[in-house]
Design a protein around this ligand. Structure first.
Ligand code: MGD
Ligand code: MGD
Ligand code: MO
Length: 764
């Protein structure tokens, strides 16, 4: 019997064999090195592994396809800019197994959908283009030409270009991303949703409005020089491990670290630098000077409590706020203070869930220092009031004059290695008019200025059959998006779904009526084209654009680069109508960069700059106190305390990453730092909450969320008692995305609220 679309979309609900231990405080160290050796030896050829580890994040080497944390400008470790999860990312991409016709004849789509995400990912690298015909159960091989023709025929048969959706994940390089958005705009739509919509979109919204640039303002050097670094809503030990080296350096220079997180994440608490043999033996550095166990979504309340106390001090003693900065560079101070005074300190403190003792430790550090950096990630951006979270932290920095000077500023820590660059070069469903005008001037067609669909809008449009073709440049749409069952129906409604991918994932199994898998080169592989081996470029979390060049031979002769795939699709779809000579770019990527230099500001002499130094900083107004906002100043903002209540039996759930995954790619089944082994279907709960519900360790529960009258369910999770604030709980994404309502997203930014899902648990 054919599997239902729901069964295909959900990760199988059976258990492995859960073992749980005491969570760790320390991150990295010897165990991390052992974990890496394990991963590499299981899945990679050892000579490839050595070649890669010597070239990863080195000048002239390739950019790690993991996170977007920057590389040091000057010295780089000769051991390789090492991080356990970086090595896992390359081991995943450079697997020594490939899959093609034989594999897809052997396994039907239904059968593959019964595999866990871990098993799907470990099946090997995609080695040839595959096509799933209408009504067919198995993918079959297709030539590249035929595949491009299919894309062209479908796109040209739509009544309106807005009936197609073009998704991008954040690994796509600047060159491929620029051409992709150019293709989409010439085709006639702005439907360019991307993973950023689910990630730092709320940061972009809040920072553009308040500081005039949607990116962070600090450099690595600022982190070394800061007096206080607050790491809030972020788990760097797992997700940005190399950031811990920067925090350690900051501490060695006398800086203090405040970690604000519902969980005492390993790494935030203690870190053993793998590059430091003495530390490996003596046991590492205590990272957080203060750990703040905040309640989920208690962040606005926490910031308001800080702001209120600072105001009280300013009014009683003076000289607390940076008055001259406020006077010269900001707007909206009076209105902000008037509003702040309507709040009560104790109520804010209670809503944050923090004790007065811990609060006072944070307050003293903020009060007595002026070089403050705030770093954050998904713990702040994935809430309905996410934009307020970030605007409120900006208010704090503005009061202290902690922006646009050495050792101070904003640091939204990006996820995917080129998510920031993709947006810079035009992957944006609501791109500014100035950018569209430059496209028109350069190419001679008028791109539509109608805003396109974000991720949430795209899902709705496909569900309602207003969109009929889905093309994904990388990523794993069905597993990354919220509301899995609804979203799967949306994809199944499409006439054609296309994925340009390196690895098999669930999105290849939850398809439209027809489907294509287009296999592409990964970061680690050499990109041979007519003019020679190509170099590409990416932008890291701190606005540095630099080169990336693969070192391994491609895993299959049939792979095309993302650039070549875009050119092929564009040529087959736009044909002679096109104003762009699509086929020339794939032979020589210098030509793409020449175009980017003309169209995207900050990229003058792009090719020359990359050749000279392999990396350059993009302009950043906030860094030099040039605030390109509507008022021409940095804007204070007025933010409300979020209004949400839990019913008696409800918990607030955050969906987080384990130590063994990269988003929807599951490297392994352990979460070593949190003491969970061999199982992902777990729910971390406060022991008091367990007791109230008569739950014991490893009891099995079903989870239910109810939102606007719609009930969503996820079955079979094992309870793990954990040091998490009362009424809060945590599960892993993507297993619980089924519980995240599509309608619950950040106001104005539309980031799904996957860190504040109200749920109930029922014992089986
Ligand atoms: N190894 C690895 N590296 C990655 C990724 C990966 O999956 N694996 N993913 C990449 C991507 S795309 C991204 S966006 C980043 C994600 O990096 P993170 O944002 O660090 O990832 P999450 O696991 O979502 O963790 C969010 C953290 O916020 C905390 N948190 C949750 N809710 C709240 C809240 O309401 N308030 C506060 N203060 N804290 C909260 C959680 O306890 C958790 O520590 O990492 C990137 N790097
Ligand atoms: N509930 C919940 N949902 C979330 C989140 C959460 O915290 N909680 N986090 C959100 C966030 S922050 C993000 S960024 C999204 C991530 O969403 P996505 O970016 O869509 O997901 P990934 O899992 O990173 O995509 C992995 C797939 O990308 C493909 N791939 C890998 N490398 C390459 C490459 O070089 N080229 C190409 N073409 N393909 C490649 C592989 O086929 C792999 O299977 O998920 C979001 N969803
Ligand atoms: Mo992300």
């Amino acid at each position: 019997m054919s599997k239902s679309i729901k069964d295909k979309a959900l990760t199988p609900e059976n258990f492995k064999k859960l073992k749980s231990k005491k969570p760790l405080k320390n991150s990295v160290g010897f165990k991390s090195i052992a974990a890496v050796i394990g991963q590499v030896s299981k899945y990679m050829n050892p000579t490839d592994a050595l070649k890669l580890s010597l070239k990863m994040n080195q000048k002239g080497g390739f950019d790690c396809p993991g996170c977007a944390w920057p590389d040091p400008d000057d010295e780089r470790s000769s051991l390789g800019e090492f991080c356990e999860n970086g090595i896992k990312a390359i081991a995943e991409e450079a697997q020594n197994k490939t899959i093609g016709t034989h594999f897809f004849i052997k396994y039907s789509v239904d059968e593959l959908a019964g595999w866990s995400d871990f098993e799907i990912g470990k099946s090997g690298r995609l080695a040839e283009p595959m096509f799933l015909a209408k009504g067919s159960k198995n993918y079959e091989p297709i030539s590249w030409n035929e595949a491009f023709k299919k894309v062209g025929t479908h796109l040209n048969s739509l009544d309106n270009p807005d009936e197609a959706v073009f998704y991008t994940s954040g690994r796509t390089t600047n060159e491929a991303a620029f051409l992709y958005q150019l293709f989409v705009r010439e085709y006639g739509t702005s439907n360019l949703p991307d993973c950023s919509n689910m990630c730092h979109e709320a940061s972009g919204s809040a920072l553009s409005e308040t500081l005039g640039i949607g990116k962070g303002s600090v450099t690595l050097d600022d982190l070394y020089k800061a007096e206080v670094v607050m790491v809030i809503g972020q788990n760097p030990g797992t997700n940005h491990p190399r950031m811990l080296t920067a925090l350690e350096k900051c501490k060695n220079n006398g800086g203090k670290i405040i970690a604000v997180n519902p969980l005492p994440e390993a790494g935030l608490i203690k870190f053993t630098n793998p590059q430091n043999p003495v530390k490996l033996i003596t046991g590492g550095t205590q990272i957080a000077d203060v750990f703040v166990p905040i309640t989920i979504n208690g962040d606005v309340a926490f910031f308001k409590a800080l702001l209120l106390k600072l105001l009280e001090k300013e009014e009683s003693e003076g000289n607390i706020f940076d008055k001259s900065f406020i006077q010269e560079f900001t707007e909206g101070y009076d209105a902000f203070i008037t509003d702040l005074k309507t709040y009560n300190f104790q109520e804010c403190l209670d809503a944050s869930g923090i004790s007065l003792e811990v609060f006072n430790q944070v307050f003293d550090l903020i009060l007595s220092n002026n070089k403050i950096i705030i770093c954050w990630a998904m713990g702040l951006t994935q809430h309905e009031n996410a934009v307020d979270n970030i605007r409120e932290l900006v208010n704090l920095l503005l009061l202290k004059g902690s922006i646009g000077k050495e050792g101070a500023g904003t640091c939204p820590v990006r996820g995917h290695s080129n998510v920031q660059g993709d947006r810079t070069v035009g992957i944006w469903e609501s791109a500014p008019q100035a950018f569209l005008d430059k496209i028109e001037a350069k190419y001679g067609f008028k791109p539509t200025n109608k805003h396109g669909y974000s991720v949430i809008d795209s899902i709705k449009a496909m569900y309602e059959k207003r969109a009929k073709v889905f093309i994904g440049m990388g990523g794993n749409f069905i597993s990354a998006v919220p509301d899995t069952v609804y979203s799967a129906t949306a994809l199944a409604n499409c006439e054609l779904t296309v994925h340009v991918s390196t690895k098999l994932n669930r999105s290849h199994l939850v398809t439209g009526k027809e489907a294509l898998i287009l296999p592409c080169l990964g970061r680690t592989e050499k990109d041979y084209q007519k003019s020679g081996v190509q170099v590409q470029s990416v932008e890291n979390s701190m606005g540095i654009v630099h080169t990336t060049k693969g070192v391994l031979e491609p895993c299959s002769e049939q792979l095309l680069s993302e650039v070549a795939v875009v050119c092929g699709m564009a040529h087959a779809s736009l044909k002679e109508k096109s104003k762009v000579d699509w086929l020339k770019y794939k032979d020589d990527y210098n030509l793409v960069r020449d175009d980017i230099a003309e169209v995207v500001s900050g990229f003058d002499d792009y090719n020359k700059k990359l050749k000279q130094s392999e990396g350059f900083y993009l302009p950043n107004g906030a860094r030099i106190r040039e605030f390109k906002t509507k008022t021409g100043k940095a804007n204070f903002s007025i933010n409300k305390l979020p209004e949400w209540e839990l019913k008696d039996d409800e918990l607030i759930m955050m969906t987080i990453r384990s130590h063994d995954q990269f988003n929807t790619t599951i490297y392994g089944l352990d979460d070593r730092y949190r003491g969970v082994f061999n199982e992902r279907r777990v729910i971390f709960m406060n022991k008091q909450d367990m007791k109230l519900r008569s739950l014991k360790e490893h009891d099995i529960v079903n989870l239910k969320s109810e939102y606007s009258g719609i009930v969503r369910e996820a079955h079979n999770f094992k309870v793990v008692g954990y040091n998490i604030p009362k009424n809060c709980c945590a599960t892993y994404f993507p297993e619980t995305n089924v519980l995240v309502p599509l309608e619950s997203f950040a106001h104005t930014a539309k980031t799904p609220a996957s860190k504040s899902v109200k749920i109930t648990v029922a014992k089986l």
